[in-house]
Design a protein around this ligand. Structure first.
Ligand code: SF4
Length: 489
């Protein structure tokens, strides 16, 4: 036990390796990481709410975040955006840190680290060379990038486990040794697993994957980094980032009809281009936010990577409460309710570096591309553009799902179209694949007959993994260099 700043400090490094969702024997280590856990000093506001169901003895510590932020607020003396609140409440040295958006470098203490199997290999090897007996920040590894899509979920998974046996065994055993949560191949895609299990409002997470910002759909600042940054944080070193600018996106109106949450980011990509978010956090606010589901907000934040944004985030709201309840984390919602205005939403009159307005009531469904995600086409202009640019009109493959678009909401929309086709005796002319983002999603769409409807229409349900999205796709329907069109949701 150490003391710092009047708090009791202790680290309980108790991790659950869920290679098989089994709890490994716990090891309690007393280390020097600055984690403030429950003690008698806690006030009634600070209920002991675990970080996740896999870490029952490590707690969300809004109380510490609030006290750090108090120091910064007194220094800055102006209203803060939500992004600033989350960043500054994780400062390593709030008293002396130079804070200037777009200029100074912040030294931060993230709450957790996430790694996918391709990037985790080097990161874990580097961590091992540190000589530490355990990671000093809650961390997880997700086996999702090394599973090639070929014929369908079960067969593809079996083949991938065989081909990558050495990698998976290394990651599983190293995770067990160094107290890292391990998600085995087939369990799901990193960002969906994070959203379902680990993300929470106010979280600061770094992940070794560019689409880590997905967790902003649950009000966390989740930032994609390189493996070396992950190693630093796992070894208890502060993490450094240039203080981002903040682009505000004010949402008004309401989503309706076939317009989906992803149309918000497709529209925004058309406005900002692939470079427009560089060095900035995209922060959404306004009365339109509540018309977007939590998983929809996750999709929007996920795809913020396409415009180069550091990350994206939504304010804590009732849709997040619903999602936390649906994923059996009502206790987090109860705690977050107490910190909503202090930590989890922007102050009135907070200043943004730029504000973009999007009226959801006027937003049309979009398809972006080809070749670049900022080439935005409202759906009614797509055919005209395709003909004008001589893009192949014969769509060879449709891809539904991935970490970004496999929410229940997304799947039910696709199933609704499939049902209309089935009713008219139509089958898909093109190949079409379905990638569930997690085992939970796969089981749910099977339970509710959604997967069966998509199969009846001609869909192939792939493994719960990245597959075609990351190019792990043994495609046989086109010759090499043959120009062709695919559409991905
Ligand atoms: S599904 Fe695609 S976007 Fe998501 S983690 Fe995998 S490769 Fe990245």
């Amino acid at each position: 036990m150490l003391t710092k700043g009047g708090f009791s400090l202790i680290l309980s490094v108790e991790k659950f390796a869920n290679a098989t969702q089994t709890i490994l024997p716990l090891r309690r280590l007393c280390l020097t990481r600055t984690v403030y856990v429950s003690t008698s000093e806690r006030t009634s506001r600070s209920l002991n709410v675990p970080l996740s169901r896999f870490e029952p003895n490590e707690y969300i510590n809004y109380e510490k975040n609030a006290s750090v932020l108090d120091i910064v607020k007194k220094r800055l003396n102006h209203p803060l955006t939500l992004s600033e609140k989350i960043l500054y409440s994780h400062l390593d040295n709030p008293q002396n840190q130079k804070i200037e958006r777009g200029k100074s470098y912040l030294r931060l203490r993230p709450d957790r680290v996430a790694m996918q199997d391709a990037t985790a290999q080097m990161a874990v090897l580097q961590f091992i060379s540190s000589g530490l007996p355990s990671v000093l920040c809650p961390s997880t590894i997700h086996c999702d990038h090394l599973i090639e899509a070929q014929v369908g979920g079960d067969e593809d998974l079996k083949r991938a486990k065989d081909i990558n046996k050495e990698v998976f065994n290394f990651l599983a055993t190293a995770s067990a040794k160094y107290n890292i949560g391990f998600w085995k191949p087939g369990s799901g895609i990193i960002h969906q697993i994070i959203l379902e299990n680990y993300a929470y409002p106010g979280l600061l997470l770094i992940g070794t994957d560019s689409h880590t910002p997905n967790g902003g759909g649950l009000g966390g600042l989740c930032i994609g980094v390189g493996g070396a940054d992950a190693v630093d944080v796992m070894a208890n070193m502060p993490w450094e980032i240039k203080c981002p600018k903040i682009i505000g996106v004010r949402l008004t109106g309401q989503l309706n009809g076939w317009t989906a949450p992803k149309d918000v980011i497709l529209k925004l990509a058309g406005i900002l281009t692939v470079k427009g978010g560089t060095g900035a956090i995209i922060e959404y606010f306004g009365p339109g936010v509540d018309s977007i589901s939590c998983t929809g907000m996750g999709t929007i934040c996920n795809m913020g990577a396409e415009i180069g944004a550091t990350t994206s985030v939504f304010p804590y709201n009732k849709r997040m409460v619903e999602y936390l309840k649906a994923t059996k984390r009502e206790d987090i919602a109860n705690l977050a309710n107490q910190y909503q205005s202090e930590l989890l939403t922007a102050d009135d009159d907070a200043k943004y570096d730029r504000i973009i307005d999007i009226n959801l009531s006027e937003l049309e469904p979009h398809v972006n591309g080809p070749f670049t995600p900022d080439l935005a086409h409202p759906i009614d202009k797509l055919a005209e553009e395709a003909k004008k640019n001589k893009w192949p009109l014969d769509i060879r493959v449709g891809l539904i799902g991935s970490c970004t678009n496999s929410s229940y909401e997304d799947m039910t929309r696709a199933a609704s179209i499939a049902q209309q086709a089935i009713d008219k005796g139509i089958k898909a002319k093109s190949t079409f694949t379905v990638t569930p983002g997690s085992e939970q999603i796969r089981a749910t769409i099977e339970r509710d007959g959604i997967a069966e409807k998509l199969r009846q229409m001609g869909g192939i349900v792939l493994a719960n993994a990245c597959g075609p999205c990351i190019g792990q796709w043994d495609r046989k329907d086109v010759k090499k260099n043959e120009k062709n069109t695919i559409i991905s949701s």
